[in-house]
Design a protein around this ligand. Structure first.
Ligand code: FAD
Length: 500
C-alpha cells in the first residue's frame, strides 16, 4: 500500500446512496483501503422513495457480481421498458422507451427517415418502429436476446423496485465484505484548522469517527458538503418549479405493467410504478399553483386501487451542489443535488458519481485536479439531465398556470440552442457521456408534437417507394417480435417471483 493511500473511508448515511457507495467501494477497493465505515441513524431514517430506475443499474449490479434473479426477488422488482406519458400532450399518450427506432439507412438516422416519410405521407407513426413502445403497450416482456442484429436483441430494460429493500440488500452485501456499520446520529463535524479538511464526525454519546475520505450520503440534510463545507447550491427552480411531492403505495392490481406511467395534472404530474407486491404512486407538484390539500386529493383520486397508507409529503428544490467533491468530501445522492423523478434519474446519478469517484480515486494528498475533473463531469451529467427534464415541461401543450409559465420561461442557453437545432433540421446535439441519447430526445420531441421544419437532405437520396416499403417492413417486424414475447406478469411468475 502506498504511504499516502487513503486508509479509512467514512460514509455518512445509509439510504440508497450510502449503501450503493459502500457496496461498490468494498468490491473495488478490497485491498486498497484498510477500513470502510458507514454511519446512519435509524432514528432519522431514509427518504423512503425512489422506485424507478434506468438500464444502467444493471451494469452497476453486475459490477458487484449480484445475481439478477436473486436481486429481483429480494427487492420485489418488476421490469421496466420505459415511461408512458399521459396528458403531457393532450392529443395523445406517448412512450419513451429503452430502444431506438431501428438502424440507419445509408447513414440517415431512423427519425430522419420518419420525418421524410411524414413529409410525404403524414400518417406514419414513428412509435411503431420502437420495440419497447409496442411491447409495453401489449404488456409483454422478456430480456433481450444476446444478438444486436435481431430486433429482440436491440433494446434494454431497467427495474421498478422497492428502494428500501435494495438498500437493505446492499447493506447485507457490503457487511459481508467487511464494511462496518455504526447506528448513531451525527451532531457535529470537526475540520482540520490548517486546511479545512474534514477530520472527524462527532456522534451522540460522545463517539468520534475520524477518516481520510468522507462520502456524504446524508440526503437532503447534506451534513458534510453543505452544513460543514458550505459548498453552495445552484438553484434551478426557475426552470423546474415543482417543489413538493406526495407519495403513497396502493394495492397491486392485475398484471404489472412493464413500464412506469407519468400522468400530467393541473400543477404537476403523477407517477405510477408497479412492483410485485404493491404499486408506488406519487404526485410531484408546484406549491405556487396548487395547495397541499388539493395535491394530496388529486393523487388519491387518481389511484387505480386502494391506498395502503396516508400520503407522505416531501419537499425539495431542484438544483445541485456547486462542488460535489470538496477537499476530502464527496457528496452522492440527495446530498449532491435533486432533479425530480420524471425520468427516474437519481439512482443513476448515484451510480455515475460512484463510478467517477472510483476512476479518479485520490490518495491522501487529494490532488485538487481530481476534484476539479469530478465536478466538471458531474456538472455536465446533472445539467444534461436537467435540460432533458425541462424539455418535457417547455414542450408540453397542456393548459394551466404551471404549464403556461414553463412554455414561456427563458431556457438555459445550451437547451435553447439544442431545441433550435432540432426545430431547424431534426438534429440532436449531444456530448459523448450524456445519459440520454438521440432516441430519447426524439421520443420526447415527437411525443410532445415538436417536429422540425426540415430534415436531413441525405434522406432524399432514398427512393420514396423504397423508403415506404422499408418503414412498413420495420413496423411489421417490430409488431411480430413484440407479439412473440411473453406477458410481463407470466415472465415474473415463471422466473423471478418474490417470496410472499
Ligand atoms: C419524491 C421523490 C421521488 C423519487 N423517485 C425516484 C425514482 O423513481 N427513481 C430514482 O432513481 N430516484 C428517485 N428519487 C430519489 C431517490 O429517492 C434518492 O436519490 C435515493 O433514495 C437516495 O437517497 P439518499 O441515500 O441520498 O438519501 P436518504 O435516503 O434520505 O438517506 C440519508 C441517510 O442519511 C442519514 N442521516 C441523515 N442525517 C444524519 C445524521 N445527523 N446522523 C446520522 N445519519 C444521518 C439518514 O439516516 C439516512 O440513512 C426520488 C426522490 C423523491 C424526493
Amino acid at each position: 500500500m502506498a504511504i499516502s493511500a487513503v486508509r479509512r473511508i467514512v460514509i455518512v448515511g445509509g439510504g440508497s446512496a450510502g449503501w450503493m457507495a459502500a457496496a461498490a467501494l468494498s468490491v473495488v477497493l478490497q485491498r486498497r483501503v484498510e477500513e470502510i465505515i458507514l454511519i446512519e441513524s435509524s432514528a432519522i431514517g431514509t427518504v423512503g422513495v425512489g422506485e424507478a430506475t434506468l438500464p444502467t443499474l444493471r451494469a452497476f449490479n453486475a459490477s458487484l457480481g449480484l445475481d439478477e434473479i436473486d436481486f429481483i426477488r429480494k427487492t420485489q422488482a418488476t421490469f421496466k421498458l420505459g415511461i408512458e406519458f399521459r396528458g403531457w400532450n393532450p392529443q395523445r399518450t406517448f412512450f419513451h422507451g429503452f430502444s431506438d427506432f431501428g438502424p440507419d439507412v445509408r447513414g440517415v438516422s431512423p427519425h430522419q427517415l420518419c420525418l421524410r416519410a411524414r413529409a410525404v405521407h403524414d400518417d406514419r407513426s414513428y412509435a411503431d418502429h420502437s420495440i419497447t413502445s409496442v411491447a409495453a403497450a401489449l404488456g409483454r416482456f422478456a430480456p433481450p436476446v444476446p444478438n444486436r442484429e435481431s430486433i429482440l436483441g436491440s433494446y434494454s430494460y431497467a427495474f421498478q423496485f422497492d428502494a428500501t429493500a435494495y438498500a437493505a440488500y446492499l447493506r447485507a452485501f457490503a457487511e459481508r465484505r467487511g464494511v462496518k456499520r455504526i447506528d448513531g446520529r451525527i451532531l457535529d463535524v470537526r475540520l482540520r484548522p490548517e486546511d479545512g479538511f474534514i477530520e472527524a464526525v462527532l456522534l451522540e454519546g460522545e463517539r468520534t469517527v475520524s477518516g481520510d475520505l468522507f462520502v456524504d450520503c446524508s440526503g437532503f440534510a447534506a451534513l458534510l458538503i453543505e452544513r460543514s463545507l458550505r459548498t453552495g447550491f445552484e438553484d434551478w427552480s426557475k426552470w423546474l418549479p415543482c417543489d413538493r411531492a406526495f407519495a403513497v403505495p396502493s394495492a397491486r392490481t392485475g398484471e404489472p405493467t412493464p413500464y412506469t406511467r407519468s400522468t400530467a395534472h393541473e400543477a404537476g404530474w403523477q407517477w405510477r410504478i408497479p412492483l410485485q407486491h404493491r404499486t408506488g404512486n406519487g404526485h410531484v407538484f408546484c406549491s405556487s399553483y396548487v395547495s397541499e390539500d388539493a395535491a394530496a386529493g388529486t393523487l388519491l383520486a387518481h389511484l387505480d386501487s386502494e391506498a395502503l397508507a396516508h400520503p407522505k409529503l416531501l419537499k425539495f428544490t431542484a438544483g445541485r451542489r456547486r462542488e460535489s467533491w470538496k477537499r476530502n468530501c464527496v457528496a452522492l445522492g440527495l446530498a449532491a443535488g435533486f432533479l425530480e423523478p420524471l425520468e427516474s434519474t437519481s439512482i443513476h446519478l448515484i451510480e455515475s458519481g460512484i463510478g467517477r469517484l472510483i476512476e479518479l480515486f485520490p490518495d491522501r494528498g487529494f490532488e485538487p485536479k481530481l476534484a476539479e475533473e469530478y465536478n466538471r463531469l458531474m456538472a455536465r451529467n446533472y445539467e444534461s439531465i436537467r435540460d432533458f427534464i425541462i424539455l418535457h415541461y417547455w414542450a408540453s401543450r397542456r393548459d394551466g398556470e404551471l404549464w403556461r409559465y414553463c412554455r414561456n420561461m427563458p431556457l438555459p442557453e445550451g437547451l435553447r440552442q439544442q431545441i433550435e437545432l432540432f426545430k431547424a433540421r431534426g438534429v440532436v446535439a449531444l456530448y459523448d457521456r450524456d445519459t440520454f441519447a438521440e432516441p430519447s430526445w426524439v421520443s420526447i420531441y415527437f411525443g410532445l408534437g415538436v417536429f422540425p421544419a426540415g430534415y436531413d437532405p441525405m434522406a432524399n437520396l432514398i427512393e420514396e417507394g423504397a423508403l415506404t416499403r422499408e418503414l412498413e417492413r420495420r413496423a411489421r417486424l417490430v409488431k411480430g417480435a413484440a407479439h412473440s414475447l411473453p406477458m410481463h406478469g407470466s415472465f415474473i411468475e415463471k422466473y423471478c417471483r418474490a417470496a410472499a
